[in-house]
Design a protein around this ligand. Structure first.
Ligand code: MRU
Length: 349
């Protein structure tokens, strides 16, 4: 995986030989973004299982559970992490009567399947969301919901990429996204590589540009979406949604069904990760605040469903009230069987 903490100044790749390296990469955000975290979790579990030397079933199961526990304790908010761990646990459960070597093979196959599916899902999301983007649109995005945050293509940036590739003349405003600057470091890097027209702005400039009618749409990603559509995403997303509402700018969320947590009714139940104070007191290792200052550093906030014009998924675009429009997909996605288009409660279905 590419080390995202070093971008955009250095393109350094990390090769993990064991699951602890993968767990550390997720925790320290060398790999980040909800879908990428999910795929890395699955790969980390497959790698860990492959490395278990014991052929004794009980011992293998013990060590497998330890691996899952280590991966699940890395970051609490992005539900894709837990979704991927559950898929790996289900594979183990289905194959538990086989020899350890066959179980290992099944786990590796599942991790590869999760990665391949992610790529396909992102492309589908892009196609579905591109219908919302008109020729000449200025689109604001927050954080990085691009190829770096998934296997490739991304979620919010998949919509941007698809619209751009369809020949639409678009321009993207990129929020820098303090404290860790995923917008300035990562989104700007991705868009510039593909020559997609963009302008980097500090987070506190979004309202100014909306009030001057310079922004036509907002498209962001998500880390966890509750059954009612309340959406946890990078800190600052909620403020953008309020500004968008005030200025009549449609605010869209692009996320795969694996980011929807049908087990929770509303955003009140989402655990918000609190990260180290140094991420606020320092920028790229350089101290910018007085020694000993008191700091708060929630990594995510929750945008209420009422501020969201549509949730773009691989199945189509769900609209408010999301509890109804997302429900059918919930039942289907839990079985992991159905990949066909659905048309229930969609804007473009
Ligand atoms: O803390 P991060 O950088 O992992 O947060 C990432 C975000 O908030 C993204 O917007 C979200 O995961 C969607 S990524 C397709």
């Amino acid at each position: 995986m590419i080390d995202q903490t070093r971008l955009p100044l250095e393109e350094v790749f990390i090769e993990c030989g064991d699951y602890l390296c993968v767990a550390d990469a997720i925790k320290t955000m060398k790999v980040r973004g909800a879908p990428a975290i999910g795929v890395s979790a699955a790969m980390g579990i497959a790698l860990g299982a492959k490395n278990i030397s014991s052929t004794d079933k009980m011992e293998f199961l013990n060590q497998f559970n330890q691996i899952c526990d280590a991966i699940s304790s890395t970051r609490p908010t992005a539900v894709n992490l837990f979704w991927a761990i559950n898929r790996m646990k289900n594979i183990l459960e289905k194959n538990k009567d086989l020899d350890v070597s066959f179980i290992k093979e099944a786990l590796v196959d599942e991790a590869i399947l999760i990665a391949n599916e992610d790529e396909e899902v992102c492309r589908k999301m892009g196609e579905n969301g591109a219908v919302l983007i008109e020729d000449g649109d200025n689109v604001l995005t927050h954080c990085n919901a691009g190829a770096l945050a998934a296997v490739s293509y991304g979620t919010a940036l998949a919509v941007v990429r698809a619209a751009f590739n369809q020949g639409k003349n678009i321009h993207v405003y990129v929020d820098e996204t303090r404290p860790l600057l995923q917008g300035a470091r990562l989104t700007a890097w991705e868009l510039m590589k593909e020559n997609i027209p963009m302008t980097l702005i500090a987070d506190n400039m979004a309202g100014y540009f909306m009030s001057k009618n310079k922004i036509d749409k907002v498209v962001v990603g998500a880390d966890r979406i509750a059954a009612n559509g309340d959406t946890a995403n990078k800190i600052g997303t909620y403020s953008v949604s309020v500004l968008a509402k005030e200025n009549n700018v449609p605010f869209y969320v692009a996320a795969p069904l694996s980011t929807i947590d049908f087990n929770i009714k509303s955003g009140d139940e989402i655990i918000i990760e609190e990260r180290a104070p140094e991420e606020v007191t320092h920028i790229q290792g350089k101290q910018i605040a007085p020694d000993g200052v008191k700091v708060a550093n929630p990594a995510f906030d929750v945008t209420p469903a009422k501020n969201i014009a549509g949730i773009i998924t691989e199945k189509g675009i769900a609209k408010f009230p999301f509890t109804e429009s997302l429900k059918t997909w919930g039942h289907k996605s839990q079985s992991h069987k159905d990949t066909s288009e659905e048309t229930c409660g969609l804007m473009n279905g």
